[in-house]
Design a protein around this ligand. Structure first.
Ligand code: HEM
Length: 513
């Protein structure tokens, strides 16, 4: 009898804790959303594993409105007021532990710091080197022009054969960001000009298994650490259980980044000072000025981690955007848009281009080129998923009280698909950016490919300079069309756990996932 009573009490306790409390008592219970998501975090984790998270959340917004409960302590929003509250200037929301998977060499960096204070201390060291004026006029501009000229030489060397752009655009973004971060001498790569080992650096990011790996790392971090740290016989035994075989994502690139930092740090003062890379130089100067363990002091691995972070952030983002832009433009239904861009570029005076490569300043403000890039970033944002944040105090979003510690987020994917702001949101249409001023102003407010506020993309101007220069060089000289056999296929990219592609096209071409 006693055993029965104990069992009944335990059962009642469990029902209360696992069902009654999350559904009726917790303050999050007032927020609309499906019951299964409110009851357990594993419901959303299942979407991660299937690679359908962002699309599922978007469909929940369509069903439940601007604020949706997507986990026992996780809420997703899709409104401008949520954007301002969570990410706006001066916001105290912090990045969640989700970002710790981007730590490098056991060290945090700009991307992974939680606290506003740690983050702003680090950001101060590098932010000036990413300013727009330096990207358009400084040594960075000349370096980008050199990469554009190498890209043009590469496609010209292939003659009239169809050209596979996924790889070559990745070579372009890899070579650009490594030269920018480390300079030619310490870590600048030469994938565009055919360096086989540098080209191979991209191998570990094209393996589709990395999506499952990300899902495991986020939801079962200790298990993934244990699995990937086995050696010898145990390593062979656990190998079939690994979601991605070794080397896992970014291993090669992280090794390259570490060696580049080490080479830089081992160089003499004179050599270091003469390197053209502003980022590693700035970080090194800070290391030299606050030696020891003073507040904000950087050690060798801090510098390596910071640079590796920028390197990883600067490869896929830019090249995936360029790939979608060229692909969308090459489709027959967009031939008029392509012609309009070609006309804009060919109308520029001859002296804007030298050997086919544009002066960055001269193409920076071209209205149609800008609209095309903006529309590509809207339709195919390379980082479309939620940017999770949390706050240590309660707050109110869209009238709902969000308890302290709840994970909240907004995603470019959902913002960019608001049909009231972007008519026919799934259609790639650069012309929409030339509509009535009021409508364009609204679209600009909802456009969020680079995030906003203190944690917005630091590489924005670098990415824009790379993209405008390359697109201008290509379309000044060439017209593009889809290679035979690929007419009904959309390219696809990996972002975190998911595959993103053009949802209006029937098939996906799986290169470059
Ligand atoms: C089309 C190109 C790019 C897009 C769309 C893009 C987008 C973004 C977004 C959305 C974030 C915020 C992510 C979050 O909070 O979860 C971010 C942050 C960041 N991006 Fe980019 N990015 C691009 C290119 C680059 C490049 C070329 C670099 C090179 C340095 C870069 C470096 C960074 C860094 C370091 C952060 C963290 C900033 C911080 O926390 O202060 N990005 N980017």
């Amino acid at each position: 009898m006693l055993a029965l009573l104990v069992f009944a009490a335990l059962l009642a306790g469990t029902i209360f804790r696992c069902i009654i409390k999350p559904l009726y008592i917790d303050r999050e219970s007032k927020i609309p959303g499906p019951i299964s998501f409110a009851l357990t975090k594993w419901r959303l984790a299942f979407e991660d594993w299937r690679g359908t998270r962002t699309r599922k959340i978007n469909s929940l917004h369509q069903q439940y409105g601007l604020v949706v409960r997507i986990g026992p302590t996780e809420v997703h929003c899709n409104s401008l007021s949520a954007l301002r509250t969570i990410y706006g200037a001066g916001s105290c929301f912090e990045r969640t532990t989700f970002y710790r998977m981007f730590d490098a060499y056991g060290k945090q960096n700009l991307f992974t710091f939680h606290s506003v204070k740690d983050h702003s201390q680090r950001k101060k060291l590098v932010v000036n080197a990413y300013s727009k004026s330096l990207m358009l006029r400084g040594p960075a501009a000349s370096m980008i022009q050199l990469r554009v000229s190498e890209y043009m030489a590469l496609i010209e060397s292939r003659g009239s054969q169809p050209h596979e752009i996924f790889s070559s655009l990745h070579y372009f973004s890899l070579d650009t960001i490594t030269h920018f971060l480390y300079g030619a001498k310490y870590g600048g790569t030469s994938a565009l000009t055919g360096h086989a080992a540098h080209r191979e650096l991209l191998n570990d990011i094209v393996d589709p298994a990395r999506r499952r790996l990300s899902s495991l790392v986020v939801h079962l971090a200790p298990v993934s650490r244990w699995l990937y740290s086995r050696t010898g016989l145990m390593e062979r035994l656990v190998s079939p259980l690994l979601p991605m075989q070794k080397p896992a994502t970014y291993t090669g690139i992280r090794n390259h980044a570490l060696q580049a930092s080490q080479r830089f740090q081992a160089a003499g003062d004179g050599d270091r000072a003469s390197t053209e890379s502003p980022i590693i130089n700035q970080l090194w100067k800070s290391h030299e000025s606050i030696k020891g363990s003073g507040a904000g002091a950087l050690d060798a691995l801090d510098i390596a981690s910071e640079c590796a972070d920028h390197l990883l952030a600067g490869i896929d983002t830019t090249s995936d955007t360029l790939m979608f832009l060229i692909w969308a433009f090459s489709r027959p239904q967009h031939s008029q848009s392509q012609q309009r861009l070609i006309e804009e570029l060919r109308a520029l005076p001859e002296d804007v281009f030298q050997d086919g490569v544009p002066r960055l300043e001269a193409v920076d403000a071209l209205p149609y080129l800008n609209a095309v890039i903006r529309e590509t970033l809207r339709t195919y944002a390379p980082l479309p998923a939620t940017e999770p944040r949390s706050l240590s105090a309660d707050c109110v979003i869209e009238g709902y009280t969000i308890p302290a510690g709840t994970v909240v987020g907004v995603s470019p994917y959902s913002l960019h698909r608001n049909a009231e702001v972007f008519k026919s949101p799934l259609t790639f249409d650069p012309e929409r950016w030339f509509g009535p001023a009021e409508q364009v102003a609204a679209m600009n407010r909802w456009f969020w490919a680079f995030s906003s506020g203190g944690r917005m993309c630091i590489g924005l101007h670098l990415a824009m300079a790379e993209m405008t220069a390359l697109v201008a060089a290509i379309y000044r000289k060439y017209e593009t069309s889809i290679a035979p056999g690929f007419e009904d296929k959309s390219p696809a990219i990996t972002s975190r756990f998911e595959l993103f592609y053009d949802e209006t096209v029937s098939q996906i071409e799986n290169i470059g996932v």
